[in-house]
Design a protein around this ligand. Structure first.
Ligand code: AMP
Length: 591
């Protein structure tokens, strides 16, 4: 195995990357670094995120800096603020023992004057998003690129997808003729080719993995549905995967908001990530998702770019991206770090042709699936539940004292009866929920009716005769009258008992007379209800509280914030049984 030293990396950088735990170069680094150190040829690197490309272009760029000059010598352009910050942080890590080198990140959504002051102090390397860079370079004239040696376009396909074509042209037009241009991209759509033709000279091409290939360990599933069933299909897919931890990709901000709101109202542990949120709101949603307080994140492509989560089980394309090549980016977010993943696409009949194009780009086939039926979902949920029950850790110190009474009460039940009771307690509601739900069927595709995995039209019709879907029948989970329901990110796993929770509320609010209603503890989070008069006190008190060295997050549950309104502005009364409401509450147990 070659070493970084053998491919020409100098001591100061070697020491820094050793500190980071880099032992040997990754394939892209082994291929790219020697070329970049040896000459100034232009280069196209076809590589996905996560392959080590930042060091592949970053280490040689750093090594070639002339620290005696203060001029800007390297410009790295990247599509999003998050990526920009990540690259700048990586570069600073690599330059840990090169104190004389200044690296400055400039990106939108942040104070421009501060960035201008940082640039004035000198920036050997600028890492920038195209919009802010163009502003600083061409409009405000705060950057001089006369001494630029290298320009690096990272995730070029994404930058163009995000509509930065004009900005890129305007920036590249301002760079000196004599320079090295490096372009990194996961895919090679026509717009990227155009950039390479216009701005690069006989570039070398380096590919890591096969060109435009999706991650090896990702399976691709396609569900074909009637347009009207798209959302119901999503719910069933999620229900069929009880331990899902995934991103649902939508095409627009509106759609993202809409789907997330529906999922939340239907009791799923979901939230949204899109450009209409403030930076703080976006960071908060990403944080909750990263620490797995959220099971499903509904996101636009752009907003999800900054999210670096390695162990997603699923990526769901609620709608396909406009550019077929963007599918590679979306699906590449699962199946990382040696794990397997599933990328799911929901299409209507008119969109099916797009699958062929994606298959061509991926060089992989999709499996066409039927939307799972109600009983399949119940079975899957039930077995998952039983599985979890088997694996649960038993806290003898806490429960042993209660067991004699419990045994006595259950004495009259045989083992079989006991299991039936236990299963029914949890699942009667679930079964009831799905029993009346209308099944969702694939639209009959006349061209492919012989496909074994596809839906048989006659059976579909029979399934369609069934009653309406449960999702349209139920309202949100609500607190008792006069009480507000709160979510808290602590649960059994944090050794939290109801008594501890009450103590925590009293301590945090510095009051003893708070009227606390129902408390429901789960593994990693809980709900508690507090009389409405104390609502603001709770919100104001839990702003900076730690519990067992964990930052405590308390929020009013979403359904409380967005009650269903009737014409008169009142909360819509529940017209269904308590059992339906309880089911929705239990959905939270899944995480
Ligand atoms: P990137 O594609 O640049 O975002 O890198 C993906 C991840 O791989 C980052 O967490 C890097 O810190 C890590 N990485 C990059 N190069 C190496 C290396 N040679 N050895 C170990 N980890 C690396």
């Amino acid at each position: 195995m070659v070493t970084f030293e053998e491919i020409g990396i100098e001591k100061k950088i070697l020491d820094a990357i050793t500190d980071l735990g880099f032992e040997n170069p990754l394939p892209i680094q082994e291929k790219v670094i020697p070329i970049l150190l040896e000459n100034n040829d232009d280069l196209i690197g076809l590589a996905q995120t996560g392959t080590g490309k930042t060091a592949a272009f970053g280490l040689p760029a750093l090594q070639k800096i002339d620290a005696k000059s203060k001029a800007t010598q390297v410009l790295i352009l990247s599509p999003t603020r998050e990526l920009c910050l990540q690259i700048a942080a990586d570069m600073k890590d690599y330059a840990k023992y090169m104190r004389e080198i200044n690296i400055v990140a400039v990106y939108g959504g942040a104070d421009i004057d501060r960035q201008i002051r940082a640039l004035k102090r000198g920036a050997h390397i600028i890492v920038a998003t195209p919009g802010r860079m163009n502003d600083l370079l061409n409009k405000r004239k705060k950057i001089n690129l006369d001494s630029l040696k290298t320009v690096i376009l990272d995730e070029a396909d994404e930058m163009l997808n995000m509509g930065f074509k004009e900005e890129l042209d305007a920036i590249l037009d301002e760079t000196p003729k004599e320079k090295q241009t490096l372009l990194f991209s996961a895919t090679m759509p026509s717009d990227v080719l155009r950039i390479s033709k216009n701005y690069m000279t006989e570039p070398r091409e380096i590919t890591v993995g096969s060109k435009n290939a999706g991650a090896e360990n990702v399976e691709h599933f396609c569900y074909s549905v009637h347009e009207r069933d798209r959302y119901l299909a999503l719910k069933r897919i999620v229900d069929y995967n009880p331990d899902i931890y995934g991103i649902v990709f939508c095409r627009t901000r509106m759609e993202t908001k809409d789907i997330a709101e529906k999922l939340i109202q239907d009791g799923y542990n979901a939230d949204s990530l899109h450009g209409d949120l403030s930076q703080t709101q976006r960071e908060y949603a990403m944080h909750k998702f990263r620490i797995k307080n959220l099971q499903i994140l509904v996101a636009t492509d752009v907003a999800a770019r900054g999210l670096d989560v390695k162990d997603l089980t699923h990526v769901i394309n609620y709608n396909l991206p406009d550019e077929a090549s963007s599918y590679t980016h979306r699906s590449g977010r699962t199946g990382r770090a040696g794990k397997t993943g599933v990328s799911i696409v929901i299409v209507n009949l008119k969109e099916k042709y797009k699958i062929k194009r994606i298959e061509h780009i991926l060089q992989k086939k999709f499996s066409f699936k039927e939307i799972p039926g109600g009983s399949e979902i119940c079975e899957k949920q039930l077995l998952n539940y039983v599985d979890k029950m088997q694996k649960i850790e038993i806290n003898h110190t806490e429960i042993d004292q209660f067991l004699p009474d419990v045994y006595e009460k259950l004495e009259w039940l045989s083992r079989e009866e006991l299991i039936k009771h236990f299963v029914s307690l949890e699942f009667n509601r679930f079964l009831e929920y799905y029993r009346d739900a209308k099944e969702i069927t694939s639209p009959l595709d006349r061209n492919r009716t012989n496909d074994r995995n596809r839906t048989n039209g006659r059976r579909d019709d029979r399934r369609n005769d069934r009653k309406s879907d449960f999702g349209q029948r139920t309202g949100p989970r609500s607190a008792e009258e006069g009480y507000t329901r709160f979510f808290i990110n602590l649960g059994h796993k944090d050794d939290l008992s109801p008594r501890d929770l009450i103590g925590l509320i009293n301590r945090s609010t510095r009051k003893r007379n708070i009227r606390i209603g129902k408390i429901k503890l789960f593994k990693t989070f809980s709900f508690f209800e507090v009389e409405n008069d104390f609502k603001d006190l709770i919100l104001n008190s839990f702003t900076n509280i730690d519990y067992n060295e964990r930052k405590v997050v308390v929020q009013i549950t979403k359904n409380e914030e967005q009650p269903f309104k009737t014409g008169k502005g009142n909360r819509k009364p529940y017209n269904k049984s308590q059992s339906n409401r309880s089911f929705k509450r239990d959905r939270y147990k899944k995480y």
